[in-house]
Design a protein around this ligand. Structure first.
Ligand code: SAM
Length: 289
């Protein structure tokens, strides 16, 4: 018997535009005119899963279907690139340890604030969050009366499920030295599980970086890492996300983007600080400074 899911639906120019604009509005991700085939390949499985005949039907389902909220989350999983690994972009992480962490510690040591709060925005399967936890732990500077919280946020629920388990395999370890692996992981089945000392500092939240509700109740952050996420966004949507980051950071807080990402044509609300091989941004201590 013919089954709609056997039908290999074409993605017409018009359907592509409808879906592309919808995705852009919801997630900030932008598929340009040359990526019609990519979008079709990524979403074909969703048509099959829902037994839909065409991408137009899928678009209507996304807008009006009774399960549209759940479908949005599943769609996000198919659209996003989840590539990540521990200690990605090492030179910038060195700056994070030597400049950002140390600066925060010195500043807070002058007052009574003993809270360190970091955000990995677009954390995928959690390698970046755990990398931050290793850096904080191994800095040896935030024990005793310090309260450390590292939050990972991503729109992709399937990726976050892996992050919450904290069990990783070969590919994730390609940037990690054997000594660090030995110190922070314990064998579990075919994988390696992050030890509890790191896990205690970490929590994950499902959320869309474009939406204000994602940041509600999270409190203020000393630093935000949003690396290899905005590269897929349009400028308009980068600006929207970065405005949220600005509000979520403490005065003097730091923003670290991926090496291919920059705020130069987006906003001058942050001060760029250049280091050899890496660059970071800082929110001014005083508005208008
Ligand atoms: C390539 S991964 C980057 C992981 C990590 N930051 C790194 O640099 O290794 C990009 C992640 O951004 C997430 N993402 C994309 N758009 C998002 C949005 N609008 N809200 C939240 N997360 C988003 C994707 O789900 C994906 O997990």
């Amino acid at each position: 018997m013919f089954h709609p899911s056997d039908h290999d639906a074409e993605l017409s120019e018009e359907e592509f535009r409808l879906l592309r604009d919808f995705i852009h509005e919801k997630f900030g991700l932008y598929f340009d005119d040359g990526q019609r085939g990519t979008l079709r390949a990524r979403l074909t499985a969703r048509l099959s899963a829902l037994d839909l005949m065409s991408f137009e039907d899928y678009y209507h389902y996304l807008r009006f279907g009774p399960q549209r909220t759940e479908e949005l989350s599943r769609m996000a999983s198919h659209l996003t690139n989840n590539e990540t690994y521990f200690f990605r972009e090492q030179p910038q992480l060195q700056v994070f340890s030597e400049h950002v962490l140390r600066g925060i510690k010195e500043k807070k040591a002058r007052g009574s604030d003993r809270v360190l709060r970091l955000l990995s925005a677009g954390c995928s399967t959690g390698e970046e969050v755990h990398t931050l936890a290793m850096l904080v732990y191994d800095s040896g500077q935030f024990f005793w009366n310090w309260d450390v919280e590292i939050v990972g946020v991503d729109v992709d629920e399937a990726a976050l499920e892996k992050a919450r388990k904290g069990v990783y395999y070969h590919n994730s370890f390609r940037g990690l030295s054997p000594a660090l692996k030995e110190r922070h992981f314990a064998r579990e089945g075919n994988g390696e599980k992050v030890k509890d000392a790191l896990r205690r500092m970490i929590r994950f939240r499902t959320g869309n970086l474009l939406e204000a509700s994602t940041y509600e109740g999270l409190g203020a952050f000393d630093a935000i890492l949003c690396r290899n996420v905005l590269i897929y966004f349009s400028d308009v949507m980068i600006r929207r996300v970065v405005e949220h980051f600005h509000r979520a950071l403490v005065p003097g807080g730091f923003l670290l983007l991926g090496h291919a990402e920059s705020l130069s044509r987006i906003t001058d609300a942050f001060t760029p600080i250049r280091f050899p091989g890496a660059m970071i941004y800082q929110k001014p201590e005083r508005e208008g400074a």
